[in-house]
Ligand binder design. Structure first.
Ligand code: ATR
Length: 267
């Protein structure tokens, strides 16, 4: 915990993850390996507590350099910060905090984790499955690539609410029309470990589509298996973690690491 984290030398820069729970997070292991690789006098710990206000206060007292923010605090942390980046404000969620000269700034790198692997599909048509927090980041990412976006969700009303915020189309899951779609992004938990379901079948998918499943446990999901059978390009959810981590590490430390290095460190 905190005692261990502050027991560095006076020059040690402290970082960590704010979440509840955050025991399962891959971030602490990754940061530790990156700090070691670059010989950096940084330490990364877990700020696991039920109240984000207390975590932020503690991070100010300890002069924490940077924090990853995870469930359930990505939205709730916003009012406790001094500044929020334009993209984080537009998405309504922060997954990265940087403290500089006592000023706490919030950023969002989750949307870049969706945007970067889809850059080659800029200008096309995209369907986002789901209408929660991850879907908001996905819509923002796809619109930044000048894509025409449709949000489809189990509860169509929620899809319409999200879509109206971003000025895009919406519907229920049964409204999926594969013919004119270039990109599909699944942001629902369907297909996670122990769930054999896929929201779309091989018959609904077409060659030439790119299917990105944000689910990353397992890396090969039922949706991606359907997509391979249909001849689609597939992008696994691990890519989202890799690219959001690259951007987050750069914001916190100023160091640009290769996605390939992060990918290798995740294995
Ligand atoms: P996140 O922050 O990861 O996006 P969330 O805000 O809880 O998580 O959103 C989860 C999304 O997955 C929702 O759009 C949810 O659909 P509903 O709005 O109908 O609840 C969707 N979802 C969750 N379980 C699902 C399931 N079994 N089938 C289809 N959609 C599901």
């Amino acid at each position: 915990g905190i005692g261990d984290a502050v027991a560095g030398d006076p020059a040690t820069r402290l970082c960590g993850i704010a979440g509840n729970p955050c025991a399962h997070s891959k971030s602490p292991g990754l940061y530790k390996r990156l700090f070691e690789r670059f010989g950096m006098n940084y330490r990364y710990t877990r700020f696991e507590w039920h109240d984000i206000g207390t975590i932020v206060r503690l991070a100010r007292l300890l002069d924490v350099r940077g924090m990853s923010v995870t469930i359930p605090f990505k939205v709730d942390i916003v009012p406790y910060l001094d500044e929020v980046s334009e993209d984080a404000a537009a998405i309504g969620a922060v997954n990265t905090v940087v403290q500089c000269g006592g000023v706490m700034q919030g950023f969002n790198t989750d949307w870049l984790g969706i945007r970067i692997p889809l850059r080659h599909r800029a200008g096309g048509r995209a369907v986002v499955l789901g209408a929660g927090g991850a879907a908001a980041a996905a819509v923002y990412a796809l619109q930044s690539l000048d894509m025409e976006v449709t949000v489809l969700n189990r509860t169509p009303e929620k899809a319409r609410t999200l879509a109206s915020r971003y000025g895009c189309a919406a519907g229920g899951l049964d409204a999926f029309e594969g013919r004119d779609v270039d990109v599909v992004v699944n942001t629902t938990p369907v297909g996670m470990e122990g769930d054999a379901r896929s929201l779309l079948t091989v018959e609904q998918l077409e060659m030439g589509m790119t299917v990105y499943d944000c689910v990353y446990t397992p890396p090969e999901t039922p949706l991606l298996r359907e997509a391979v059978r249909a001849g689609c390009e597939t992008i696994a959810g691990t890519e989202m973690f890799v690219h959001q981590a690259v951007e987050q590490f750069r914001l916190i430390t100023g160091i640009a690491v290769e996605p390939a290095l992060v990918r290798e460190m995740m294995e």
